[in-house]
Design a protein around this ligand. Structure first.
Ligand SMILES: [Zn+2]
Length: 333
């Protein structure tokens, strides 16, 4: 029986149930821990995350994949506590974020060869994450920015090598839906199994054609920021894309998720907002917070799924997308 590694131990593939493949318990940006305005305590983060995950469990979901990059506040011990208290399986990932705008990919790891990255990732998957008492990663996160940098290429090559060695899934971040094809190329070149790769964040594609082209190479494709319309991607268009993929025979390669965040700890905006835009940004703050971290976690099934059904997607298709596809991505069966 194939198993998937969760933060509380291995789970049989058949027991994963309805699964969200790209969500977050907590995200924090490098340096914010130094900010004297930081107000989130660990206990507060756990309490809020348990509420949000329990809501998902009540909504019929059983598994929550949090591909938080290593350097964006990943906290496997906290996830384990949230998992135990909420009754949801939680899968965490190894892997670094994009170098784009200096968001991630720590300086030291930019200097590493693919083999060194792979050794680190494989260690987190097979032996455990250092400092956690042996909690193991169950997937690999990989990310690229608006330009794919040389260091990102080395790190993606390392992800492919680690996947080849450990057999876990690779889940990617693309910036503005760009360069999924480059990610596939690097993975293929270094021996990854493309059938166990999810090219993520295809929500910003204006046409379904490039998503179809990615699926044609055998990977899963993610419309995994459902509800996040502030990034310039309307849910209507997301629903059109998903319905077109289902109609064209790609049902078994589509993954849905929301990239929703239970807790954003940043005491102040993590991104520079030019002074002339600050008033407008402040006016939209409620809307932004609603979409990023306030809205009920079950929006995917209560708000978005009906838009798919309207477009001809059946309940059986949805079951494939929410149960079978994540299971095949994570467990290979
Ligand atoms: Zn994410």
């Amino acid at each position: 029986m194939a198993q998937v590694q969760t933060v509380t131990g291995p789970v049989d593939a058949a027991d994963l149930g309805r699964t969200l493949v790209h969500e977050h318990i907590v995200i924090s940006w490098s340096g914010e821990e130094l900010d004297r305005h930081q107000k989130w305590s660990r206990a507060d983060i756990v309490a809020r995350a348990v509420d949000k995950l329990a809501e998902l469990r009540d909504g019929g979901f059983r598994t929550f994949v949090d591909p938080c990059p290593i350097e964006l506040g990943r906290d496997p011990e906290l996830y384990a506590e949230v998992s135990q208290k909420s009754g949801m399986h939680v899968v965490c990932a190894t892997g670094f974020y994009t170098q784009h705008e200096g968001w991630g990919l720590p300086f030291y790891w930019r200097a590493r060869d693919p083999e060194e990255v792979a050794e680190h990732y494989a260690g987190e998957i097979t032996e455990g994450i250092v400092g956690t008492g042996g909690i193991r990663a169950g997937a690999i996160k990989a990310a690229t920015g608006v330009e794919v940098t040389d260091a990102e290429r080395r790190v993606l090559a390392g992800a492919a090598l680690a996947q080849k060695e450990t057999g876990v899934a690779i889940i990617t971040h693309t910036e503005h839906s760009l360069h999924g094809d480059v990610q596939q190329e690097i993975f293929a070149e270094h021996g990854a199994d493309l059938g166990r790769v999810l090219i993520g964040h295809q929500d910003e594609q204006t046409s379904v054609d490039p998503i179809r082209a990615l699926a044609d190479r055998g990977t899963f494709v993610g419309i995994d920021r459902v509800g996040l319309e502030i990034i310039g991607a309307a849910d209507d268009r997301r629903a059109d894309h998903v319905a077109a993929l289902v109609r064209d025979g790609y049902t078994s390669q589509v993954c849905l998720s929301q990239d929703h965040i239970c807790v954003q700890t940043s005491p102040r905006p993590a991104f520079w907002v030019p002074p002339e835009f600050r008033e407008a940004a402040a006016r939209r703050r409620d809307e932004i917070e609603w979409q990023v971290s306030e809205r009920p976690y079950t929006y995917l099934t209560t708000g978005f799924a009906p838009m798919l059904v309207e477009r001809g997607v059946t309940e059986a298709d949805l079951e494939t997308i929410l149960v079978d596809n994540p299971r095949r991505l994570l467990a290979g069966v």
